[in-house]
Design a protein around this ligand. Structure first.
Ligand code: IPM
Ligand code: MG
Length: 369
């Protein structure tokens, strides 16, 4: 049997630096766990625009459709801010999500013990926090038509459309319920049914799927604004949250910050199963391209490393190896390794991006003895 295939798209800003550390980890699994991958690498985002005049070349798109999983770093940067909307770096990422039909975006927010002091919230509010946000990723206001900036009389009007079909809500609701069953059996769905018809439909459909297919899962509904408030008030009341594309974008950044650093959080974007039974999948850190620190060896590679752990779990059915990697990260943090974003008030000196990667490798080695 051939090795599973991985397409790596480091992208822009700190993307290439953090991905270089993931490459070390992938190599480690090949050498030490007999888990080799066929890895290819390509461009996405601003770097793809610089070379091809488009943030995602058709050949890259085709490759992404063929591989077992895609691993992405980050896209974007100030250099591209003035580009036309249609070729902005972000469009490359959005095209991947849309054309691969990656409708379920899993964004765990987990507070590592060693970092509980870093949260802007009180330690007892966040210590031990472990929630999973499932964000719908291929529809809603990100993709709804009509959209654009139009002339209306003597002024312009900017239009975006929030749109959800029943089947789009059903499938992501099922992802939410399935995840809840694997965890604490509790699902909270968030929308704005008080002001948006799409929210009314969302609530209705999620409730129906719950009643008919998952009566064993405890389901609740919350308006997304109240959800944001509750997430900061007492986040541990939640287990799995399912929400739409835009609310999920906002709430997942909020949840990420609860844990102390955006630099720590991975994500998985999953679609329907392919012929080999694996879901279409793209893994990426939640953080962005951080152009202000790019190229300086300051970036935290942990979110990207943990994204690879998610790939091991969700694409390659290697939950035990994913846990090994997550434990290695935990150990490195417990041992005091900190990249610059994690320094806070502790007065230690930071390790570089590659020192952090090497420390994780050392912890992986130690896990074998
Ligand atoms: C995210 C990002 C993206 C989004 C951008 C880069 C298009 O904020 O993945 O959360 O808005 O979805
Ligand atoms: Mg975002």
């Amino acid at each position: 049997m051939s090795n599973p295939s991985l397409l790596i798209l480091p992208g822009d800003g700190i993307g290439p630096e953090v991905m270089a550390e993931v490459r070390k980890i992938i190599d480690w699994y090949g050498a030490k766990r007999d888990l080799a991958f066929d890895v290819s690498e390509d461009l996405v985002g601003g770097c793809a625009y610089d070379k091809h005049g488009t943030p995602l070349h058709d050949d890259t798109m085709a490759k992404a459709q063929e591989v077992d999983a895609v691993l992405l770093g980050a896209v974007g940067g100030p250099k591209y801010d003035t580009l036309d909307f249609s070729v902005k770096p972000e469009r490359g990422l959005l095209r991947l999500r849309k054309e691969m039909d990656l409708y379920a975006n899993l964004r765990p927010a987990q507070c590592f013990d060693a970092l509980a002091d870093f949260s802007s919230l009180k330690k007892h509010v966040v210590a031990g926090l472990d929630i999973m946000i499932i964000r719908e990723l291929t529809s809603g206001v990100y993709f709804g038509e009509p959209r654009g900036i139009f002339k209306e009389g003597n002024e312009r009007v900017g239009i975006n459309t929030q749109r959800y079909t029943e089947s789009e809500i059903e499938r992501v609701a099922r992802s939410g319920f399935e995840m809840a069953r694997k965890r604490g059996n509790k699902l909270c769905s968030m929308e704005k049914a008080n002001v948006m018809e799409s929210g009314v439909l969302w609530r209705e459909v999620v409730q129906r799927i719950g009643d008919t297919e998952y009566p064993d899962v405890e389901l609740s509904h919350m308006y997304a604004d109240a959800g944001a408030m509750q997430l900061t008030r007492w986040p541990k009341q939640f287990d799995v949250i399912v929400t739409d594309n835009l609310f999920g974008d906002l709430l997942s950044d909020l949840a990420a910050m609860l844990t102390g650093s955006l630099g720590m959080l991975p994500s998985a974007s999953l679609g329907a199963p392919m012929a080999n039974g694996r879901p279409k999948a793209l893994y990426e850190p939640v953080h962005g391209s951080a152009p202000d620190i790019a190229g300086q060896g300051k970036a935290n590679p942990i979110a990207c490393i943990l994204s690879f752990a998610m790939a091991l779990r969700y694409s390659f059915d290697k939950g035990d190896e994913a846990t090994r990697l997550e434990k290695a990260v935990e150990k490195v943090l417990a041992d005091g390794y900190r990249t610059a974003d994690l320094l806070g008030e502790e007065g230690r000196s930071p390790v570089s991006t590659s020192q952090m990667g090497d420390a994780v490798i050392a912890a992986l080695d130690a896990s074998l003895t």
